[in-house]
Design a binder for this molecule. Structure first.
Ligand SMILES: [Cu+2]
Length: 455
């Protein structure tokens, strides 16, 4: 197990190795494999900031972590282990997946533009694999398409990939061997290359999310790998709401959110409270004159989008996929519609045999968010998770961006729910306007032109 302190230790160790090399002791080159770090924690682990060499702001992988490295001469070395893992998708639900170094999604690989990386990949799966470095520019034989770029990595063997990072940006890694199965089982990770010039596109907070979809029947543990469209678990980094960590931000921060999609459908990722611009794709940085404002970024299949915003608006802002079925957990899609149906008589009849029977869905399905129905073990209700005022009726690809004043630079701990200042929260109409609803608000200076005015 690798806790945050151990991560820091690994980072400091790596820094010390780099220091040794720069002191002219390159003859102490390692000839053994780098240690394969592993974690069983599904919580966000904040990577340490670099202590030597080029400065960069590490990415925070939501409910994930960054792979420790060591310097071997001037080469940055990583050790990825492809293996079966257990992922706690939410409290009360474990998925038996395939991943890397103890987790699915795998750890984020972080390096710097201009560096040479050497990535040892050990295959502990029951079948061959390979690793494709999605979006990176590299020699053909390093591209990781099994039996096209190089022989697939047999069970029990370690292969070495080595290449120069010729550009900075937002990339991914995933198998290109029995791809349908291996990606449906959760094999994927982020690969972030930081700019060599720390003054290029700097941000205060940088979040990383990979979208993954699974089809795990209620009461079971292993994804149905042949499913093409009807998935029932829509995840950020193989984690589902209500147990996806919030994106914690300090007011005034420049924030980047990088989202990659390795599911079988597109995901329109929507963030409330802000407008923003895509600044990077897996093809590279977007020139300023080529950007346009958005509030929802569609992430196509097999693509990455990074967007940025200035965190000027404090509050709790929903952040989610806008496909409403993707903010649900363990959903069956054969549910009949009962809206408007009168179930009184049938309820009476069923209760003779099953006294606890609850008729549902006759006024919509929101009642499912509140009731705790009996569900199979290892299954999370379809909509769950509570906010400060009641159930959120959400699951799946949903989290909250929490913007507050004065959060310390490396603090990502949950600040709790936002308390709306007096007069800034929707209120119940009781027949007259309260005092705070002044008609002399300076905001009304901007009178709309044209129609749409009532009376
Ligand atoms: Cu979606």
């Amino acid at each position: 197990m690798m806790n945050r302190r151990a991560m820091l230790g690994a980072g400091i160790g790596a820094g010390a190795a780099a220091l040794t090399v720069s002191a002219g002791m390159a003859q102490t080159r390692f000839r053994d494999l780098p240690e394969a770090a592993s974690t069983d924690s599904p919580y966000t682990q904040i990577p340490p900031r670099p202590t030597t060499g080029i400065e960069y702001n590490p990415i925070v992988t939501l409910n994930g972590w960054s792979l420790p490295y060591r310097m071997n001469g001037n080469v940055k070395e990583f050790h990825l282990v492809a293996e079966p893992v257990e992922r706690i998708m939410a409290d009360g639900m474990v998925a038996r997946l395939w991943g890397y170094n103890g987790q699915s999604t795998g750890p984020t690989i972080e390096a710097i533009e201009g560096e040479r990386v050497r990535i040892y990949v050990t295959n502990r799966l029951p079948e061959h694999t390979s690793v494709h470095w999605h979006g990176l520019i590299l020699p053909s034989g390093m591209d990781g398409v099994g039996n096209l770029s190089h022989p697939s990595i047999p069970v029990g063997k370690t292969y070495v990939y080595e290449f120069d990072l010729v550009k900075s940006g937002t990339f991914m890694y995933h198998p290109h061997a029995d791809e349908m199965v291996q990606m449906a089982m959760g094999m994927m990770g982020l690969f972030i290359v930081h700019p060599r010039d720390p003054a290029f596109m700097p941000v205060d907070r940088d979040f990383g999310i990979l979208l993954a979809a699974y089809d795990i029947d209620p009461g079971t543990y292993i994804p149905r790998v042949a499913e093409m469209t009807d998935f029932n678990l829509w995840t950020f980094n193989s984690r589902i709401f209500p147990d996806i960590d919030p994106l914690v931000v300090s007011k005034g921060d420049r924030v980047r959110v990088r989202v990659g999609n390795l599911t079988m459908t597109n995901h329109p990722i929507h963030m409330h409270g802000y407008d923003f611009e895509v600044t990077c794709t897996d093809g590279g940085w977007v020139r300023p004159e080529a950007r346009w404002p958005e509030v929802t970024i569609d992430i196509p299949v097999g693509s990455m989008r990074a967007y940025e915003f200035n965190a000027d608006h404090v509050g709790d802002w929903a952040f989610h996929c806008h496909k409403s079925h993707h903010t649900m957990n363990a959903m069956g899609h054969e549910l009949p519609t009962f809206i408007g149906a009168n179930k009184a008589r049938v309820t009476e009849m069923i209760r003779k045999h099953q006294p606890g029977y609850m008729p549902m869905g006759t006024a919509g399905m929101a009642d499912m968010g509140e009731m705790s129905m009996e569900i199979p073990e290892n299954t999370i209700p379809m909509m769950t998770g509570w906010g400060p005022f009641g159930p959120l009726e959400m699951g799946g690809m949903f989290s909250v961006v929490k913007v507050r004043e004065g959060i310390a630079p490396d603090d990502y701990s949950d600040p709790g729910w936002y308390e709306n200042p007096p007069g800034t929260q929707a209120w119940e109409w009781t027949g007259e306007l309260p005092e705070h609803a002044s008609n002399d608000s300076p905001r009304t200076i901007l009178t709309p032109r044209g129609g749409n005015r009532l009376g």
